[in-house]
Design a protein around this ligand. Structure first.
Ligand SMILES: *Cc1c(COP(=O)(O)O)cnc(C)c1O
Length: 378
């Protein structure tokens, strides 16, 4: 799409500035604390944030890392996944879910998603399992938890690990437990636009397994437990102390922000019900509504019209995993994952962020209706 480089829509998909104003003093104080102490790498705030986030998720350990992508990669490494192994991933997700597997030398094995919510289809997992399969990575896409009861039952029957990709699900609840505490390992991203976002990149691994926690701590810090003693080949993938301090300040607001997202999503559900061309997927009660995604037949025209009207609608995601250039070599053919392909062609994300007002939601819905009528002026 042609856009001026600094075009800023009237209603963006995510409005980081709206949130920044409300918490600017808390953030300034948090940053000042770190600058004062100068403990920039693995400083006190990292360990405090790790224990607070672990407690929030209801899990024994949390290890801060440099990004969500690294969290997923380190989770695979901690399970000794590597060349010759296979890991099951859903066809509809952000590329990093599968890249984490590929970077270890293992092969991502793609499984189609469910028609109703684009989450990995448990009924299609079993026939993708081989003697080389080591783990399943369900993705809690758009803030909704995958069908963890079914997935964990399959995993335990076949002795596979379960790595939750919870990058879009901070605080999501499934059967009374939080995302990140449902499988063997949980992986979070603190990319700025996520429900809990840093002021830069950041990520985190949660686990109840002591062996995994210990291994991730070593791997994120150059494979080293004691300075200059490198037990194995590791990364520099530490959560920055400044980011940890910012995340601690923001974690205190996460519940109220997720509640606001629930209200906004319910408002969209209600307002869109009357529009026959719009296919909605109302969220489950535990969803944290990272994105509000609808499906439409003439998606691309509608997207263009909304963007022209200053509404930052987006697409998550325009391609299924097997359609990515990076995965041509996996050898999947077009049509291999029809449900994910259909989602990729038809999905459209409407603006959602905690500060979005009811009037702005109504404005987006009215613009969507006008776009569906083919009326570009609205
Ligand atoms: C954002 C995201 C990631 C990657 O996180 P980064 O912090 O950007 O590396 C992985 N998986 C999913 C589902 C995501 O949404």
């Amino acid at each position: 799409m042609s856009r001026l480089p600094n075009f800023r829509p009237a209603i963006p998909l995510v409005d980081l500035k709206a949130q920044r104003q409300a918490i600017s003093e808390e953030i300034a104080t948090a940053i000042a604390r770190v600058v004062e102490r100068c403990d920039f790498v693995l400083g006190e705030e990292v360990f405090l944030f790790e224990s607070e986030f672990a407690e929030y998720c209801g899990v024994a350990s949390a290890i801060g890392v440099a990004s969500g992508a690294d969290a997923l990669y380190l989770a695979c490494r901690a399970l000794d996944i590597g060349a010759g192994d296979e890991v099951i991933v859903p066809a509809m997700t952000f590329a990093s879910t599968a890249f984490a597997v590929s970077l270890t030398g293992a092969r991502p094995v793609i499984v189609d998603v469910r028609e109703r919510d684009a989450l990995i289809d448990p009924e299609k997992i079993e026939c993708a399992i081989t003697s080389r399969t080591k783990a399943i990575i369900p993705v809690h896409l758009y803030g909704r938890c995958a069908d963890m009861a079914a997935i964990c039952a399959i995993a335990s029957e076949h002795s596979l690990a379960v790595i939750e990709d919870a990058a879009q699900a901070h605080g999501a609840v499934y059967a009374g437990k939080r995302a990140g505490s449902l499988g063997d390992i949980g992986c979070f991203s603190f990319y700025p636009g996520k429900n809990l976002g840093a002021y830069g990149d950041g990520g985190l691994v949660t686990t109840a397994r002591r062996d995994v926690a210990e291994r991730v701590r070593i791997l994120r810090n150059c494979g080293s437990r004691t300075k200059y003693h490198h037990d194995e080949v590791g990364l520099n993938s530490r959560l920055d102390t400044l980011q940890a301090a910012i995340l601690r300040a923001k974690l205190a607001h996460l519940e109220e922000w997720n509640a606001a997202r629930r209200r906004i999503a319910a408002h969209y559900d209600e307002a869109l019900r009357a529009i026959s061309q719009v296919h909605c997927t109302p969220g489950t009660p535990g969803s944290v509504h990272h994105l509000y995604v609808i499906r439409l037949a003439r998606r691309d025209n509608v997207l263009q019209t909304l963007n022209d009207r200053g509404i930052g609608a987006g697409i998550h995601y325009p391609f299924a995993l097997h359609e990515l250039e990076a995965y041509a070599a996996l050898g999947y053919r077009a049509g291999a994952f029809p449900v994910a392909e259909n989602w990729a062609r038809r999905c459209l994300s409407l603006p959602i962020y905690p500060e979005l007002t009811a009037a702005q939601v109504d404005f987006c819905v009215a613009a969507l209706e006008a776009a569906l009528r083919g009326d570009p002026a609205g």
